[in-house]
Write a protein that binds this ligand. Structure first.
Ligand code: AMP
Ligand code: TRP
Length: 333
């Protein structure tokens, strides 16, 4: 049976190494698998759940698209589009928000983290965000959803919503219940400054992350300044739970090479940290700098980028508008 892949990335600027290793790199690998149809969405409706400057948002949509293409996504092989250009996503979100239960959403840890202390001031959209994500996924009969570990809970919610819809409306298997695809080699890429915090677009310190737009000098400088500890490089048996920064750097190195952390530990056991960091920044420069250069080139060709989104949206619309029509029939509209 063929696999149907769907995933989304928010156009909120500063796409970084965590987005690349946690998501985009897998998007590319899946795109190149046989019997696999891929849909990749720039989720601009999700981005506005927190305040956005319209000018910046417009720029970030283009930049996210450029990062997709520069990383190896191909608009001829995958459907690539932005969410707001396909109305079925919003319609589906409303309908599914009448299926999802408050109790389910109240459990979402990402809302608690993002809303912070003053939940009363968070937008209703931020709270309902996982329902929109479920709409994205379910409209395309997606079978697999590649995401970083932080999205696992949202995917479980999506599965619950699909099952509840199918039950409530006596439409067995109508909404397909998707499987998460979470790479196993690490759970998330952490900040270069603090191994207990995830690498994030919104961290005020640029030194905490490698951006996909960083040039060679920036990459080298950031790895040189990355936090480590005073102990030597770990031996192959050492458990790294208490050395989060070292664990993170080894995981970055290993996933860039598609090799196990065990193998990397053996490679550097007993060596100096500076040797390891040099290997790491050279590898990062080799893998990330071409992406960064390509992003800059693509951003100079706005017409080309606009065309990709336009064509992608047409294809997405064809699939999603059919599904939403069926949904409407089932619920009695
Ligand atoms: P976002 O930028 O929140 O839209 O995330 C886009 C994708 O990147 C999602 O699949 C996230 O799970 C993934 N992602 C974001 N930050 C990280 C991180 N630090 N480590 C691994 N994956 C991440
Ligand atoms: N919520 C996801 C994130 O912040 C982005 C997203 C939106 C998504 N819709 C999706 C991911 C559908 C996978 C499938 O990273």
């Amino acid at each position: 049976m063929s696999k149907k892949i769907f995933s989304g990335v928010q156009p909120s600027g500063n796409l970084h190494l965590g987005n690349y290793l946690g998501a985009i790199k897998n998007f590319v690998e899946l795109q190149n698998e046989k019997n696999t149809e891929c849909v990749y969405c720039i989720v601009d409706l999700h981005a506005i759940t927190v305040k956005q400057d319209p000018k910046e948002l417009r720029k970030n949509i283009k930049e996210t698209l450029a990062a997709f293409i520069a990383s190896g996504l191909n608009e001829k092989k995958s459907i690539i589009f932005n969410q707001s250009s396909v109305p079925a996503h919003s319609e589906g979100a409303w309908i599914l928000s009448c299926v999802a239960r408050m109790g389910w959403l109240n459990r979402m840890t990402q809302f608690k983290e993002k809303a912070g202390k003053d939940k009363e001031k968070a937008s209703v959209g931020l709270y309902a965000y996982p329902v929109l994500m479920a709409s994205d996924i379910l409209l395309y009969d997606s079978t697999h959803v590649p995401v970083g570990n932080d999205q696992k809970q949202h995917l479980e919610l999506c599965r619950d919503i699909a099952q509840r819809f199918n039950n409530d409306f006596e439409a067995p298997n109508f909404l397909k219940v998707p499987e998460p695809l979470i790479q196993k080699s690490f759970s998330r890429i952490m900040s270069l400054k603090d191994g207990t915090k995830k690498m994030s677009k919104s961290d005020p310190s640029d030194l905490s992350r490698i951006n996909l737009t960083d040039d060679k000098d920036k990459i080298i400088n950031k790895i040189k300044k990355a936090k480590t500890d005073t102990l030597p490089m770990p031996s192959s048996e050492e458990n790294l739970e208490n050395r989060p920064e070292v664990k993170n750097l080894l995981e970055i190195y290993s996933s860039l090479l598609n090799q196990s952390v065990e193998k990397s530990k053996i490679e550097f056991s007993g060596k100096n940290f500076s040797d390891f960091k040099e290997k790491l920044f050279n590898l990062l420069v080799e893998k990330i700098e071409p992406i960064s250069r390509e992003i800059k080139k693509l951003l100079d060709n706005e017409k080309y980028l606009d065309e990709i989104l336009l064509k992608g949206s047409e294809k997405a619309n064809e699939i999603a508008s059919k599904k939403i029509l069926e949904i409407k029939k089932i619920i009695g509209f």
